[in-house]
Design a protein around this ligand. Structure first.
Ligand code: HEM
Length: 467
């Protein structure tokens, strides 16, 4: 696996992007290692490349861009509607997880957004902070529960378990406690199916009796049954609003209209999909990088001690932890949870002077943008100062875009940043993290989100609190 930081901004003068040969080899390369393949293509061809993927007549055409300027055209301004979410990955998300806010389009997206937006305002999210903090504290208590002062952990696994518990607690309150094992077991099966079918040049119809498809359908049914039961229980109890996300979704109104139970289920599934692996990835790499750079970790701990002392954190504390936040942002730059974002062009159009034909795919390579030498000097260095003081002045708006951009940017951005900053603060207050792997740049793979290609291991040594 390779990592580039020496590529220069290169766009073809004639507007015709380079097209690497090999329609079949590229299927194999993308399936095996999509990020490594795009990295190599960037190195070989520069900031734009056109791919014909798969044998004719099944072949699909994509144009992949690695610049913030291209991202601004695809996601922002007045042009974003030209690029819709009808690419194959989004079609599979729709088929397996329903048509919630993440995959909805056109007027249906506008309608859903009116219901969902109030659930994610800063004030609403601050209202879930107590739920988050009590769940984080429970998990941390569990870590040191056997009285040990020195632990060896798989950071990726620990963060995945923690963020799943936090999102389930924020979604369902205490009623979600028995949902954790169901989601933990069923969700990966569905998510893996979405990405496998989303990237394949051809997938068998889901009606065919293929064991893998049947297993994924059974997992999907378990997730639906779980959500339907929790929604019905809450409706029957009559007290919708218990301060969690589910209560707010059930109470949400657009004029006199409410979301149907199926629509609530679709949103809940999307929050589970979009809201746990992503935050887990951000935390995993933040902890690894802080475990490699102990001087920076000490600065975080000093800030946490000053802001929190030994108090239980509140929503206001998350906002006050500015150095901790800068470390998280820098980790998300190097390891963006959504490293590749796709769209489909709805008409013949142009991106950065390159012609994009109607009906072809557009790919924005967020990971390359985040490592682009024109925007990030010494791009591979972990340096939280990039997000402090005036350092961000003059930087392109889309040079850092882990949450996407424009009208379809992540609605859970404030939720996940608050959660992740609180996790870092609470964990580092108690534990010194030492990374086991001495490489700064760890091998990754692209599932629905970026994921470690190998376990990310660390030692935790207690620095505070009773064993
Ligand atoms: C570190 C954590 C997170 C990252 C990096 C992240 C990243 C993203 C990105 C890149 C998009 C845009 C996708 C596109 O343009 O195709 C997005 C959209 C979305 N995210 Fe997140 N996300 C995170 C956490 C969350 C959380 C916690 C939730 C909810 C609980 C959430 C819910 C959503 C939803 C509903 C959308 C669709 C918004 C729309 O289209 O209007 N995300 N996210």
């Amino acid at each position: 696996m390779t990592t580039t930081s020496s590529t220069r901004s290169t766009f073809p003068a004639d507007g015709e992007p380079p097209v690497p040969v090999g329609r079949i080899a590229i299927v194999r390369d993308l399936t095996r290692d999509a990020l490594g393949t795009f990295d190599q293509l960037w190195r070989d061809h520069g900031d734009v490349v056109r791919l014909h993927v798969g044998p004719r007549p099944l072949s699909r055409t994509f144009t992949a861009f690695s610049t913030p300027e291209a991202a601004a055209t695809v996601f922002g301004g007045t042009t974003w509607r030209t690029f819709d979410k009808n690419d194959q990955v989004y079609r599979e998300i729709r088929a397996w997880l329903g048509d919630g806010l993440l995959s909805a389009q056109g007027d249906e997206w506008t309608r859903q957004k009116r219901f969902v937006q109030p659930v994610f305002t800063h004030a609403a999210v601050d209202g879930y902070t107590d739920l988050m903090v009590s769940e984080i504290a429970d998990v941390l208590d569990g870590l040191g529960g056997s009285g040990e002062d020195d632990l060896a952990i798989d950071v990726g696994e620990s963060m995945m378990a923690l963020t799943l518990r936090v999102v389930i607690r924020a979604l369902f309150g205490k009623a979600g406690d028995d949902a954790v094992p169901v989601v933990r077991e069923a969700f990966p099966e569905v998510a893996e199916t979405v990405i496998r079918r989303g990237l394949a040049p051809w997938s068998p119809p889901t009606s065919w009796p293929i064991p893998r498809t049947r297993r994924a359908q059974a997992a999907q049914q378990r997730l639906w049954d779980l959500c339907d039961r929790l929604i019905a229980e809450r409706r029957d109890a009559g007290d919708h609003d218990r301060g969690d996300l589910l209560g707010r979704l059930l109470a949400a109104r657009d004029g006199s209209e409410a979301l149907s139970d199926k629509e609530v289920r679709d949103q809940v599934l999307v929050f589970l999909l979009a809201g746990h692996e992503t935050t887990s990835t951000a935390l995993t790499y933040a902890l690894h990088l802080l475990g490699r750079h102990t001087d920076i970790q000490e600065r975080v701990r000093a800030e946490v001690t000053e802001v929190l002392g030994d108090r239980t954190p509140t929503a206001a504390d998350a906002a006050a932890l500015t150095y901790t936040t800068a470390c998280l942002k820098e980790a998300m730059r190097l390891y963006p949870s959504a490293p590749i974002i796709g769209r489909l062009a709805t008409e013949d159009t142009e991106v950065s002077g390159v012609h994009v034909p109607k009906g072809t795919g557009v790919i924005v390579l967020v990971r390359n943008i985040h490592r682009h030498p024109e925007h990030w000097p010494d791009a591979l260095r972990f340096d939280p100062e990039r997000f402090l003081g005036d350092a961000e002045k003059g930087r392109h708006r889309y040079a850092w875009m882990p949450f996407g951009g424009g009208p379809r940017a992540c609605i859970g951005q404030y939720f996940s940043m608050s959660e992740a900053v609180l996790v870092l603060a609470m964990l580092l207050r108690e534990w010194q993290v030492e990374a086991v792997d001495t490489r700064d740049d760890l091998p990754v793979r692209a599932a629905i989100t970026l994921a470690p290609a190998e376990p990310v291991r660390a030692h935790l040594r207690r620095v505070w609190g009773a064993p």
